[in-house]
Design a protein around this ligand. Structure first.
Ligand code: NDP
Length: 490
C-alpha cells in the first residue's frame, strides 16, 4: 500500500486536523489564530487566473515530433537537421470564442498549437484546424472577437453581432465557408488537421530563404460532426473532445499527424496571383504541393491539467534559428499579442513555468519580477555589455535581410474580388453534394437568427462566391433571390 503522505500548510508545516476549525468552545466562534483555515480559504479565493480571451477551452498532451524527410537544405533549424531526429512537444487544441466551460462541439475554428522544445529554444507553431483566417489585419481582431462573444446588454450570444461584422467584412468569406462546412465541428481533436495558416520564412546556411506554410494532416483521418450530432454532443457531453483525447492516449492509441510543408521561392512570391502573405488565402496544392517533413505523435497525458495545459503559453514569436516571420500582417500582430496576453495571464516570468521552460537554458539580462522561479544567472552581471563573462549575442542567429520600400500609411489590401476565388474553388470543386447540402443547412440554421437586412447582406456575399451557393442560402432563408443578386452586383 502507498505510504500515507503528511498534510502540510503551504509553508510545509504539519497540519494537525483538516476537518475542525479552531473555535472558542464547541459551538464557536472561530478564532483568528486558525492560520491553517485562513490560508486554505485565502488560497481558494485565488485559484482562478484570467481566462484566455480567445481559446479559453482547450485540451492538450505531450509527445514528440520526428523528422521523416530531409529538408535541411532549406533551413538551419537544428531540430529539422536529421531524419529520425525527435523533439519533445506539447500540443494544445481549443475552441476559440467560448468560455472555459463551453462545449467542445461548438461551431468554431479549433486552435492547433504546438510547442517544440528544441535545443535552440522553444519553437511554437500556433495554428488552427483551418488553413485561412477571417481577417488579414490585426487591427480588426478585437472587434471580430467581440462579435463572437456575448452581447454586452443581454449577455447572450448574438447572431446579429456575428453576421453583421462578417457581412461587412468580405475578406472573411473563405473562412466562413470552411467554418460552416462540417469541418466547423470536427468529431474530436484527433480527427482534424492543423495549419500554420501564416507564411513563415525558412533560411539556410548560405542565408538563402524560402517562404513556407506548414500542414499537419491527421493520421486518424478527417471526421466531422453534422450540426445535429454536434447539438447532441453539446447537450449530453460538453467535454467530449477533451475526454476523447485523454482516453485515447490512456488506451495507448496515440494520435499522430503527418507534417508537410509548402515551399515558395522569393521570386515566385513577387508575382504570384494571390498575395502569398494574405492569411485569408491558401496556396493551391496544384501550384505548391505538400512536401513531407515529419510526424507528430502525442503519447503522454498531462498529470495536472492546470500546470501542464492551462499554464502552457504559446506564442508565434517563439522562433528558432532557421525560421523567421513573413510580412503577413496578421502574423505581425500576433507576434506581439500572444506574449503580451501571457504576461497578463501568467505574469512576467511565465516562461519559467515548467511547461514553458525551454530545454535550452535561457540566459539573458532580464531580472526579477513577480514569481521568479529560478535565477540561472548566478554570479552573472545584470547588464550588457560587460567584462564579467555575461551571455553574448550570437550574430549567426540573425535573420536574412529583406529589402523594404514604401510609403507609411494605413494601406488596405488590393484586389478585393480575389477574396471570392478560393471559396468558389472550395464550393465548386472540392465539396461533394453532401458537403454542399450540409453547408447550406448549417448556414441557414445560424444566419436565420439574424435580422433580415443582415441576412441579405451576408447572402449576397455567398452569391458572389457562387450563384448556386447564394441562391440556395437565399431559398433556405426565404429571401428574394433577385434582391440578393442585385445586392451582390452592387
Ligand atoms: P485541392 O483539390 O488540391 O485541395 C483541396 C483541399 O481542400 C483538400 O486537399 C483538403 O485539404 C481540403 N478539403 C477537402 N474537403 C474540404 C472541405 N469540405 N472543407 C474544407 N477543406 C476541404 O485544391 P486547392 O489546393 O486548389 O484548393 C482548393 C480549395 O480547397 C481552396 O480554395 C481552399 O478553400 C480549400 N483548401 C485548400 C488547402 C490548401 O492548402 N491548398 C487546404 C485546405 C482547404 P486537407 O487535406 O488539408 O484537408
Amino acid at each position: 500500500m502507498k505510504e500515507k503522505q503528511k498534510l502540510t500548510t503551504a509553508s510545509g508545516a504539519p497540519v494537525d486536523d483538516d476537518q475542525n476549525s479552531i473555535t472558542a468552545g464547541p459551538t464557536g466562534p472561530i478564532l483568528l489564530q486558525d492560520t491553517h483555515l485562513l490560508e486554505k480559504l485565502a488560497h481558494f479565493n485565488r485559484e482562478r487566473i484570467p481566462e484566455r480571451v480567445v481559446h479559453a477551452k482547450g485540451a492538450g498532451a505531450f509527445g514528440y515530433f520526428e523528422v521523416t524527410h530531409d529538408l535541411s537544405s532549406y533551413t538551419v533549424a537544428k531540430f529539422l537537421s536529421d531524419v529520425g531526429k525527435r523533439t519533445e512537444v506539447v500540443a494544445r487544441f481549443s475552441t476559440v470564442g467560448g468560455e472555459k466551460g463551453s462545449a467542445d462541439a461548438e461551431r468554431d475554428p479549433r486552435g492547433f498549437a504546438v510547442k517544440f522544445y528544441t535545443e535552440e529554444g522553444n519553437y511554437d507553431l500556433v495554428g488552427n484546424n483551418t488553413p485561412v483566417f477571417f481577417i488579414r489585419d490585426p487591427i480588426k481582431f478585437p472587434d471580430f472577437i467581440h462579435t463572437q462573444k456575448r452581447n454586452p446588454v443581454t449577455n447572450t450570444k448574438d447572431p446579429d453581432m456575428f453576421w453583421d461584422f462578417l457581412s461587412l467584412t468580405p475578406e472573411s468569406i473563405h473562412q466562413v465557408t470552411i467554418l460552416f462546412s462540417d469541418r466547423g465541428t470536427p468529431k474530436t481533436f484527433r480527427h482534424m488537421n492543423g495549419y500554420s495558416g501564416h507564411t513563415f520564412m525558412w533560411y539556410n546556411e548560405e542565408g538563402e530563404y524560402v517562404w513556407v506554410k506548414i500542414h499537419f494532416k491527421t493520421a486518424q483521418g478527417i471526421q466531422n460532426l453534422t450540426r445535429q450530432e454536434a447539438a447532441g454532443k453539446k447537450s449530453v457531453d460538453p467535454d467530449h473532445a477533451t475526454r476523447d483525447l485523454f482516453e485515447a492516449i490512456e488506451r495507448g492509441e496515440y494520435p499522430a499527424w503527418n507534417v508537410n510543408v509548402q515551399i515558395m521561392k522569393p521570386e515566385e512570391a513577387e508575382n504570384y496571383r494571390f498575395n502569398p502573405f494574405d492569411v485569408t488565402k491558401v496556396w493551391p496544392h496544384g501550384d505548391y504541393p505538400l512536401i513531407p517533413l515529419g510526424r507528430m505523435v502525442l503519447d503522454r497525458n498531462p498529470t495536472n491539467y492546470f500546470t501542464d495545459i492551462e499554464q502552457a503559453a504559446f506564442s508565434p514569436s517563439n522562433l528558432v534559428p532557421g525560421i523567421a516571420p513573413s510580412p503577413d500582417k496578421m502574423l505581425q500582430g500576433r507576434l506581439f499579442a500572444y506574449h503580451d496576453a501571457h504576461l497578463y495571464r501568467l505574469g512576467a516570468n511565465y516562461q519559467q513555468l515548467p511547461v514553458n521552460r525551454p530545454k535550452a537554458e535561457a540566459m539573458n539580462y532580464q531580472r526579477d519580477g513577480f514569481m521568479r522561479l529560478k535565477s540561472g544567472f548566478e554570479g552573472s552581471p545584470n547588464y550588457y555589455p560587460n567584462t564579467f563573462g555575461g551571455p553574448e549575442p550570437d550574430p549567426s542567429a540573425k535573420w536574412p535581410s529583406l529589402a523594404m520600400t514604401g510609403v507609411s500609411a494605413r494601406h488596405p489590401y488590393g484586389h478585393p474580388n480575389s477574396d471570392f476565388v478560393q471559396p468558389k474553388a472550395l464550393y465548386e470543386k472540392v465539396m461533394t453534394d453532401v458537403d454542399r447540402d450540409h453547408l447550406i443547412g448549417n448556414i441557414v440554421d445560424h444566419l436565420g437568427g439574424a435580422k433580415k437586412e443582415i441576412q441579405l447582406r451576408q447572402t449576397a456575399l455567398f452569391y458572389k462566391v457562387h450563384e448556386e451557393f447564394g441562391a440556395n442560402v437565399a431559398e433556405g432563408l426565404g429571401l428574394d433571390v433577385e434582391e440578393v443578386k442585385r445586392l451582390a452586383q452592387e
